[in-house]
Write a protein that binds this ligand. Structure first.
Ligand code: SAH
Ligand code: F3S
Length: 455
């Protein structure tokens, strides 16, 4: 009887952890399941299938998932809800969770089209293990699930990664890099625009290595950006992540040419020390990175730059850490994401290098870079005081429901009193105050005097 009830109630709930790519994947999975006759439930308690879209890039993310699964085991037992994990999970953790019956099935990022089969097998208590397919899936033919009232979204243009940075689990969980068909990408962006979206972030672990070839035609990332900017002039285009090794001047020139391509580059550096960059297999030196930043600033002067930095990688000495602080001081990034290294099973660093920086040193160094970044963010935010910014309204400010929040082209958060404007409007805001993370302003009505090219 219970089994039959489960079959009738094909509703699922999805919890997403980790990066923007996982958010985009959850929308793909939702589309696939809805097409297969399942319905998306807004409430966890109501669903009879709960999916956890996982991330195992850092140990902390994996621990969060395990804790959440433990927390929810009572629902699983009481309501016989099926638990499925999808996404980037290391093989070790996946095997333990299945063995301990904390989850009923696991689907890797290349097998989402077979999702219903995994669910069906799990419903009758059978195992159907998702193995990594040789050929990676782009899902270019699946339109992401459209959410109501949303105006910004993500679209994956490449999947997987070939870079093999020695600390990183992504090439093992997501497989080899593959680029989506540009015609699908353009059609999908048009569909998103027609459905009310105002901003699309193109995603890939390394978007600059986007390359699609058919016969004699090859389209690279700069050409894709150029096509999109021309085809859909009213949509804002962002992209992430740029790998310093692959970013070309051709791309920079295209960004500077089109006003609808946002002026922000997320450029993970990881470390400012050449010794550490080499151990990480990052394929650039601090000199090359600094020269790229100089070229970005020469070609797109108004561009903001953000980073990822990791402290305490194997063999990192105090002088390597000082090199990182020095590089940060030279660049004065707008903002950044900072982590301390955690070894990931299966990676080169896990197998071949010693995790020999004591935990307390990793944490101290992390604190130092976070403090320094705060100082730089504060300095960069102050550069906007008195300036007028073009802001896409995304929602209500979390701290004050009388204020909207949105982002300027540099991807910086701007909050301002609502007046009569609505979510999705693009407005001019004059900045009169700031914190290290937020610009604060007021709608600027004297638009005639405003020349966007001078911002
Ligand atoms: N594709 C991106 C990175 C994806 S992972 C790139 O080109 O850099 C996102 C970030 O997580 C990385 O930039 C790195 O700073 C951090 N990270 C990855 N593996 C990690 C690990 N083992 N320990 C701590 N941080 C890690
Ligand atoms: Fe990871 Fe390096 Fe690719 S950080 S995602 S292997 S670019």
């Amino acid at each position: 009887m219970e089994k039959n009830q489960r079959k009738l109630n094909k509703s699922f709930y999805i919890e997403t952890y980790g990066c923007q790519m996982n958010i985009a994947d959850s929308e793909i999975v939702t589309s696939i399941l809805c097409n297969d006759g399942y319905s998306l439930s807004e409430y966890l308690e109501e669903a009879n299938i709960i999916l956890f879209n996982s991330c195992s890039v850092r140990e902390k993310a994996e621990l969060t998932l395990k804790k959440r699964l433990d927390q929810l085991q009572f629902i699983k037992k009481k309501k016989k809800t099926l638990f499925g994990v999808i996404g980037c999970l290391s093989k070790q953790v996946r095997d333990i969770l299945l063995k301990e019956k904390k989850i009923d099935f696991f689907v890797n990022p290349n097998s989402y089209k077979e999702m219903s089969n995994f669910i069906r097998y799990a419903m009758i208590g059978q195992k159907n293990l998702s193995i990594n397919h040789q050929k990676n899936e782009t899902y270019a033919d699946i339109s992401p699930f459209l959410k109501r009232d949303k105006i910004t979204t993500f679209l994956s243009i490449t999947r997987g990664c070939d870079n093999m940075c020695t600390f990183c689990i992504v090439p093992f969980t997501r497989g080899r890099e593959i680029s989506s068909n540009p015609y699908y990408i353009i059609d999908e962006c048009k569909r998103l625009y027609q459905n009310g979206y105002k901003e699309i972030t193109l995603l890939g672990q390394n978007v600059d290595s986007y390359r699609w070839t058919q016969g004699l035609i090859t389209i690279d990332f700069s050409e894709l950006l150029n096509f999109l900017a021309i085809e859909i002039p009213s949509i804002r285009i962002r992209f992430s992540t740029s790998n310093p090794h692959d970013m070309s001047d051709k791309v920079l020139k295209i960004i500077s040419k089109h006003s609808n391509i946002c002026k922000h580059i997320h450029l993970p550096v990881q470390s400012g020390s050449n010794k550490i960059l080499k151990l990480m297999n990052r394929k650039y030196t601090r000199e090359k990175y600094l020269s790229l930043v100089n070229r970005i600033r020469a070609i797109i002067p108004e561009c903001s730059i953000s980073h990822d930095i990791m402290t305490g990688f194997c063999n990192e000495e105090e002088k390597d850490h000082q090199d990182t602080l020095d590089l940060m001081n030279k660049i004065q990034y707008n903002y950044g994401y900072m982590f301390s290294y955690s070894p990931r099973p299966g990676t080169y660093a896990y197998k071949k290098l010693k995790d020999n920086v004591p935990q307390n040193v990793k944490i101290e160094r992390l604190k130092e870079i976070i403090d320094l970044q705060k100082k730089h963010s504060s300095f960069r935010m102050k550069e906007y005081l008195g300036k007028v910014q073009e802001v896409l309204i995304e929602g209500e400010s979390k701290k004050n429901n009388q204020y909207w929040y949105g982002r300027n082209t540099q991807n910086l958060i701007v909050v301002f009193p609502k007046e009569s404007y609505k979510i999705g409007n693009i407005v001019s805001v004059k900045i009169n105050d700031c914190t290290p993370a937020t610009l604060i302003g007021k709608i600027y009505k004297d638009v005639k005097k405003w020349n966007p090219s001078k911002i």
